[in-house]
Design a protein around this ligand. Structure first.
Ligand code: PHE
Length: 466
């Protein structure tokens, strides 16, 4: 290999970077509003089952493929001798570009709310949120700042700086969410919020909801697009992949679940509708911060949105790293040049999303799908295609590839490499079984059923559930 690829220096560095990729807007912004739109606790139950049963084995497979080949999401399949299967990598690149194109815009909202609150300006409620996001010049400027910062870090390789920052910032975010949970529980109607969040009403489950829960599980864990193949390619062959994957999954799911405990008491105490969609946390939290008083409110509010921006930042880095690593490995483009070219393209791809939050009507009410009640925005549509459709599809193909093309013996040998103690453990036994049977069958079946539901309005699940 002509180019020096670099890598993580320690196991902790890898786990933090991977957890930094996983923990992001998906947990704190997307999870609560998906729960709100998906009818509450029933969605939570499905999401948890999907994360542990279906996604965790796929995570192990991604890391194993990356570590074995020391290649990017496309090159890894070729390096294993299955060039045709690099289609999975190309699908992943497409998903990554699309996801980052709108993710960056939402990160810009978080960063913009931080700046506003520092200025003593609380955008409370739905109207203020609508006004904020439709101001495309302002949001666009923050989007550029965010993309430039991301590209700057990625162009410098897997920098020790980001690992060190993640080590301080992630625990801080955690503590902050817990403190906000305690506060939220003291508010009127908090129990109503908890009930919505924790007591499942399974009649809420429809094909659309299952589809969203599966997509959310993949999105939140950064799976199905080769982000973890790429990060796995920088991992030392002495590490225990299975326990690393378990830790990453637990951290990610933990933050999402806590975010729900934080947000729903707030939503109910302020009498806001749970199906507020992409604006849910932006519409509720500023009001909460404002109620803390002028000084404390600014301090806590600004700090919260700053940390949210940092959580998003460690994810945008991993999203940009996927196409960058591809350019570096496969086309021998110098890292810095590759990074800036890819970042510029992704910014351009994101412009319709930027304009679809109220600035341009045709993009705001972009498309009416048979499975949805009303027209959705371009940004929501991009999310539907890239994260809810392509990621589970990518996950399905990775499972099939691992079990039947690369083959289980090789997969298990890679898992055991460096740490023989994993052999025969219950986790390894489960991963082995799941990747061969549970993941291909269930992921394939759920995928087909929910795609029919969403895009063609064919309601198989509703028919089955009566
Ligand atoms: N997991 C990230 C989040 O929850 C988003 C992401 C998806 C990052 C896919 C990388 C790859 O915010």
């Amino acid at each position: 290999m002509a180019i020096q690829r670099g890598g993580f220096s320690t196991r902790l560095g890898f786990i933090l970077a991977a957890a930094g990729s996983a923990v992001g807007l998906g947990n704190i912004w997307k999870f609560p509003f998906e729960v709100g739109e998906g009818g509450g606790a029933a969605f939570v139950v499905m999401y948890l089952v999907f994360c542990f049963v279906l996604c965790f084995p796929v995570m192990v497979a991604e890391i194993a493929i990356g570590r074995k080949t020391q290649r990017n999401a496309v090159g890894a399949f070729t390096a294993l001798g299955h060039k045709k299967w690099s289609i999975i990598g190309y699908l992943g690149l497409t998903s990554g570009v699309l996801i980052l194109s709108f993710y960056n815009v939402v990160a810009a909202w978080a960063f913009g709310y931080f700046i506003d609150i520092v200025m003593g300006n609380f955008s409370v409620g739905a109207e203020a949120f609508g006004g904020f996001v439709s101001d495309w010049v302002k949001v666009g400027s923050y989007t550029i700042i965010f993309m430039v910062a991301t590209a700057y870090v990625v162009s410098h390789g897997i920098a020790g700086g980001i690992e060190r920052a993640a080590k301080i910032l992630m625990p801080t975010l955690f503590v902050m969410i817990i403190a906000l949970i305690f506060y939220s529980l003291t508010l009127p109607n908090a129990m109503e919020g908890l009930k919505f969040y924790l007591v499942p009403d399974f009649s809420e489950i429809t094909g659309t909801v299952v589809y969203a829960a599966l997509g959310q599980a993949f999105f939140s864990l950064s799976l199905g697009m080769g982000a973890l193949i790429t990060y796995g390619s920088y991992v030392n062959r002495k590490e225990n992949i299975v326990s690393s994957a378990a830790q990453i999954t637990l951290m990610d799911v933990g933050v999402a679940v806590l975010a729900g405990f934080m947000i729903f008491p707030f939503v109910f105490s302020q009498g806001i509708e749970t199906d507020g969609g992409a604006g849910l946390i932006f519409m509720t939290l500023p009001g909460v911060f404002q109620s803390l008083g002028p000084i404390l409110g600014v301090v806590v509010g600004a700090f919260f949105f700053l940390l949210l921006s940092f959580a998003a930042f460690t994810s945008t880095i991993s999203l940009l790293e996927v196409p960058t690593a591809y350019m570096v490995d496969e086309h021998e483009v110098p890292r810095s040049k590759a990074t800036w070219i890819v970042a510029a393209i992704i910014f351009l791809v994101g412009i319709p999303s930027l304009l679809s939050a109220g600035a341009v009507d045709a993009l705001t009410g972009f498309i009416q799908l048979p499975g949805k009640e009303s027209a959705i925005s371009f940004m929501d549509f991009a999310g539907l295609i890239a994260s809810d459709t392509f990621l589970p599809l990518g996950g399905f193909m990775i499972a099939v590839f691992t079990a039947y093309v690369w083959r289980k013996e090789n997969f298990n040998a890679e898992i055991a490499h460096g740490d023989e103690s994993i052999k025969g453990s219950w986790l390894q036994t489960y991963v082995d079984f799941a990747i061969s049977y549970i993941c291909p069958v269930l992921l394939g079946a759920i995928f087909i059923v929910t795609v029919l539901d969403n895009f063609l309005g064919i309601k198989i699940i509703n028919i089955l559930l009566g």
